[in-house]
Ligand binder design. Structure first.
Ligand code: M6R
Length: 608
């Protein structure tokens, strides 16, 4: 979704804003712009397309000034165009605004403002904001922004500058992320931390309806009643390098390779041999865990697929019934929730609008909510009762890989935590499973070594238009994720099916040369899966199989095989997803696709 940056300090704002925007490119965008105060006037440059276009315009016609705001837009209201790009201004261009989110009542506001003589030049919802601020402006920008936002419904993070008060940047958020960077005699706003990391590691993580007033002398924060508030400074401990490519051709490839590390990080100090699972931010008592009668796991996209693995794992280890829901469905289906219902929301960004809405719906009906998220201080982490942070570090590629891996780790940790507290497994069994888990990062390293086999298979198959992923049990859950990855970045249509479901319809689509990726890593379902593979082979399919070492006999049935290190079948998702991620990566590279920024997709989906 859109990205916002803002700067006030002694340096030239233009390069700082553009560099900040480049760190937000991962969020997805189709146009970009900046507004900078140059000698008490606002100068705006904006255009459709990549940041490079904006940089070109700025180098031909530079804007000099130390205060400004910048934006990358991901179109929602109005097509991507120069005119619809942000920043947007009032008629005399004394007020300029960047906005992330959606103003849901913009049509009413537009009508009302038009009746007051305001003229609109774009099709965006955002354009109502500078006009509203203009309407309420009586010489105090902060007060005018407060009055304007009190009329706005929907989600927003906004940054505002005004040429009549050329020493200020005002900002506020509601249901859209925004942080404040605190440098030395310079201050920043941004949609995400990587945008400021080259300048400072000290940030404020804003809550909804907290207003920011930045001057060259410092940052003041206010609540919606205009009262000053104090906030703890959050010190970012991860490195700026974590948000750079580090020698890899794409962020996605780098992030796939980081998976062994982030698995370890997510287990560290939580999963230890001889000790109970330790979860500092989950405060549930034994009794509360005993009383859970149902778990809903709710998420979107890849996080939803991690939830499906979570269902298998939690039901198996802790014997609690689990339902997995797509967040956008959960929120409108009137689910049965009571005080003994536990909801687990999974969200890498912690800002996904549907997931947040589902969380609120469940909380309003009395459920307790655990947030599994990668972003400290994100909206879901602030609104949930308990939190389990995944320590994946910043994930830049739009297609989620390492965050998914850590979400899986989180599912196993929660499963074991509940099993320990409910006594559903013996101490010995839990220790055995913990030991298996702790050995997984090393096995994941092994899986990364299969790059060449995968690359070869991708180079022979990337030109196909359709593919199928098959699996049973946990393999089916991973097949869904493999299929989503392929669609997202290589634009190859694919479907994931449970092996046993084939005969009920999809087998009609199998013909000579159809590509099937078959997961056969579940020991107890292996023979059944081989039968399914034979069914598609007989009809002419070309099959790539994923199997555990020791099952070399599968080679008689398939065209290529990738072997995963031997592991308890419960944990195979953490390994089997790796070759599937690599496969979609190499297929996309072969096709010449924009791997890190696939078309039409945004990293963080903060609108419904
Ligand atoms: O930030 P979230 O985990 O809540 O995002 C959920 C989905 O939008 C996300 O997983 C999406 O499906 C990714 N593009 C998958 O690669």
């Amino acid at each position: 979704m859109c990205g916002i940056v803002g700067y006030i300090g002694k340096r030239q704002a233009s390069p700082i804003l553009v560099e900040g925007l480049s760190k937000l490119e991962y969020r997805g965008y189709d146009s970009a712009g900046v507004a900078i105060i140059e000698e008490d006037e606002i100068k705006t440059t904006k255009c459709k397309g990549r940041l490079l276009n904006l940089e070109g315009k700025l180098s031909n016609d530079p804007i000099k000034g130390n205060i400004g705001i910048g934006h990358t837009r991901w179109a929602t209201h109005g097509e991507p165009s120069d005119k619809n790009s942000h920043p947007h201004s009032n008629e005399n261009e004394s007020i300029s605004v960047v906005h992330n989110g959606i103003i849901e009542n913009y049509l009413q506001l537009r009508e009302w403002l038009t009746s007051k003589g305001y003229k609109f030049v774009s099709e965006t919802d955002t354009e109502v904001i500078p006009h509203l601020v203009d309407y309420y402006y009586k010489g105090d920008l902060l007060k005018a922004v407060m009055a304007a936002t009190s009329k706005m419904e929907g989600s927003y993070a906004i940054g505002v500058v005004c040429s009549k008060e050329p020493d200020k940047v005002v900002a506020v958020r509601k249901d859209s992320p925004l942080i404040v960077g605190i440098g030395e005699d310079e201050y920043f706003i941004a949609s995400d931390i990587p945008a400021v990391l080259n300048h400072t590691r000290n940030v404020y993580l804003l809550n909804d309806k907290e207003f920011v007033l930045m001057t060259k002398d410092g940052v003041k924060l206010f609540n919606e009643d205009g009262e000053g508030i104090n906030k703890e400074v959050y010190h970012v401990t991860w490195n700026a390098d974590a948000a750079e490519k580090g020698g890899y051709e794409h962020f996605m490839l780098k992030e796939i390779h980081e998976q062994p590390k982030v698995m370890r990080d997510t287990m560290t100090s939580r999963v230890m041999l001889g000790k109970n699972i330790t979860l500092d931010d989950i405060k549930m008592t034994k009794e509360e865990i005993h009383n859970i009668n149902k778990v809903y796991i709710v998420a979107c996209g890849t996080a939803y697929h991690a939830g499906i693995v979570g269902k298998y794992v939690i039901e198996k280890l802790a014997r609690i019934p689990v339902e997995v829901d797509i967040a956008s469905e959960f929120r409108y289906r009137n689910p049965i929730v009571d005080k003994n219902t536990l909801m687990i929301v999974i969200s890498q960004s912690g800002e996904t609008a549907d997931t947040l809405a589902a969380l609120r719906e469940a909380k309003s009906q009395g459920a307790r909510v655990i947030a599994v998220t990668n972003v400290v201080g994100s909206s879901v982490s602030r609104e949930a009762d308990d939190i389990l942070y995944t320590w994946a570090g910043p994930e830049i590629a739009v297609a989620s890989t390492k965050a998914y891996e850590t979400q899986l780790v989180a599912m196993y940790i929660i499963g074991l935590f509940f099993a320990e507290n409910k006594g559903t497994l013996s101490k010995e069994k839990i220790e055995e499973l913990k030991a298996e888990m702790l050995a997984l990062p090393e096995k994941a390293e092994e899986c990364l070594k299969h790059k060449e086999v995968v690359q070869k298979f991708a180079s022979k198959t990337y030109m196909h238009k359709d593919m199928f992923f098959l699996g049973r049990g946990l393999d089916y859950a991973v097949a869904m994720e493999g299929s989503l990855k392929l669609k997202e970045i290589s634009y190859i249509h694919s479907e994931a099916y449970a092996g046993g479901e084939l005969k009920h319809g999809p087998i009609a689509l199998i013909e000579k040369g159809t590509i099937v990726i078959a997961l056969a890593t579940q020991e107890d379902l292996f023979e059944k899966m081989v039968s399914n593979i034979k069914e598609v082979k007989t009809r002419g399919a070309k099959v790539l199989a994923l199997a555990l070492e020791g099952h070399e006999d599968i080679e008689k049935t398939v065209d290529s095989t990738i072997y995963l290190p031997k592991v308890n079948s419960l944990f195979t998702p953490l390994l089997s997803v790796i070759p599937l991620q690599l496969y979609s990566y190499y297929a996309a590279v072969q096709k010449g696709c924009d791997v890190d920024k696939p078309r039409n997709l945004a990293k963080s989906v903060t609108v419904e």
